[in-house]
Design a protein around this ligand. Structure first.
Ligand SMILES: [Zn+2]
Length: 284
């Protein structure tokens, strides 16, 4: 499931008041799972049930001091021991929530739970208190006991495709530098750029995806100026220059031309020519 799907799933679960006692979010790499789990915990505890960000509960969560949202920590880098899980979760969960409808536990790196620790946790999962919600976050759910898996809802988080990162770094930088400078390139420089792209066999699909993200970002800068909305915030400076120099109409024309370049290359029009046409459209 993509991040957005898991987020929607959690919202449905909460709204239908069918919150399970245990969820496992599996994510091979990255840190999205923890953010998703935290968001879900905050929604569950929110006084408005929305994760409003302004109520007492949400503010406590934001400050990292919510008494009923507990993040299980471990001392050894490679394992979570039975004592740690007992003290922080198994025993603690028997105490009713302090101020909220639920008591929510986040267990990052759950694959590091020792077998003993998992067995201790299992006891809780067999007879959880009505207010208890346990969120296990793991890079590999296969490391968990089948008895734990069978008592939990397993959500697999797949990485979102970041097409703009698909090109090998060197190709990516080459193409980006052409996008940044396209307005001021001479005809000869454009021809050289197109030739370099061809010689390096930069794939048209990934290059077009990168150009699309680039110019959509430029449009975002032009219309909102907001850096936090950008897919490639590191290009902010160049975006500002484009936003200043190009009209909305021109930026939309460039985006059309990006599609055109991709189509031409896919239909076997000379690669160099297609790339050159794109660069010329950016300059015009
Ligand atoms: Zn709130």
């Amino acid at each position: 499931m993509r991040k957005e799907e898991i987020r929607e799933y959690f919202i449905r679960v909460q709204e239908s008041e069918k919150v399970s006692h245990a969820y496992i979010i599996e994510e091979e790499s990255g840190q999205e799972a923890e953010a998703l789990a935290g968001e879900f915990a905050a929604r569950l505890e929110c006084e408005k049930g929305t994760g409003c960000g302004t109520c007492h509960s949400c503010l406590a969560y934001a400050s990292g001091n919510h008494p009923d949202i507990i993040r299980v920590r471990h001392e050894k880098p490679d394992s979570i021991g039975v004592d740690e899980i007992r003290r922080q979760l198994v025993d603690d969960i028997t105490i009713r929530p302090y101020s909220s409808p639920y008591k929510v536990y986040l267990v990052p790196e759950a694959e590091k739970l020792t077998v003993q620790a998992q067995n201790a946790l299992l006891k809780t999962l067999e007879e959880p208190p009505y207010y208890g919600v346990i969120l296990l976050l793991t890079a590999n759910a296969g490391k968990l006991l089948s008895t734990i898996l069978s008592r939990s809802v397993l959500l697999k988080l797949t990485e979102e495709e970041q097409e703009e990162r698909l090109l090998p770094e060197e190709d990516r930088q080459l193409f980006l530098s052409l996008l940044r400078q396209a307005r001021s390139l001479t005809v000869t420089q454009m021809a050289d750029g197109a030739k370099a792209l061809k010689e390096r066999k930069v794939p048209a699909g990934a290059a077009a995806a990168l150009a699309r993200v680039y110019f959509r970002d430029v449009l975002v800068v032009k219309s909102t100026g907001k850096r936090e909305l950008l897919r490639m915030p590191e290009e902010y400076k160049g975006y500002g220059e484009w936003a200043e120099a190009a009209s909305y109409a021109k930026l939309h024309r460039i985006l059309e031309e990006v599609d055109g370049m991709e189509r031409r290359i896919l239909s076997n029009v000379n690669y160099e020519l297609a790339a050159e046409l794109l660069l010329m459209a950016m300059k015009a």
